[in-house]
Design a protein around this ligand. Sequence first.
Ligand SMILES: [Zn+2]
Length: 322
Amino acid sequence: MPDLSRPVGAIDLGGTSVRAAVVDVNGGITGFATGATEASRGPDAVIDRTVAVLQDSLARASVHVSDLVAVGIGAPGPLDWDTGVIHEAPNLPGWKEVPLAARIADAVGRPAFLENDANAAALAENRYGVAQGADNMLYITVSTGVGGGLILDGELWHGAYGSAGEFGHMTVDFEGPLCDCGNRGCIEAIAAGPDIAAWVGQQIAAGRASALSGRADLSGRDVVEAARQGDKLSISALHRAGRAVGFGIINVAHLVNLEVVVVGGGIANAGDLLFDPLRATVREHLLESTAPNLRLEPWSLGEDVGLLGAAAAARSRLVGGA
Ligand SMILES: [Zn+2]
């Protein structure tokens, strides 16, 4: 039986940066380190960088690698959580069937476990955050994309082929805008940062007034900022995004009977501008008999969800969990 009182080395691998830290049994983070992913250099270089950032983190935390009970890695998918292989990753060019967990384990000499980043975030909020004690919960990230992680009966739900939790590609408007996946009216095609910005751009082109009129290369962050300053079109864009996410939550809650939904990611930082329409939509349309006490919460761990989730995933897997 592994000694779970020992710390986990946590890695959060993203397309632009790789972050690492040492996470203790209570979710305490020490030795935070980060570096550029330099994704364009390909898998071997990125793995070398990742190991270097982890070693940097261990040095900062004054923890020897042999003290780690395991290493947990959160990464974008599609991936195989069970074998630790990344099938491909849109933000990591050249990654095809890369056995990331095995490569990291070989490099550091400790067991290593891989988990999809949105699933990892769900575990983080469930083990250390606002959803502690909730055995049936959904985590949603609203950022440059929209993703999700589902916990049922206290364990991550991976599904038949490991790809469960694709909240962003649930259809909420079958005549809606085209999504990158080829379908229409996915939640992501309405609520993801670039899609919010694209909608604002279209509305401006159609003649609607906005403080963002004439701005090139609009981002979701620009829209959130303009909404905070009172720009009516930007407020409408976040309202529309909040409703799309809200209808998605209703569909999942009706299907699997949730206790808590946690919404994180950069767009979630818009606060009430997103959560007010989201909550109103859920309040209006949820069948109360199915989920009388459904809680809707903003993320409580912020940008640490990735690292804490990677650590939580490793701990769960060490004891044979999902
Ligand atoms: Zn889609």
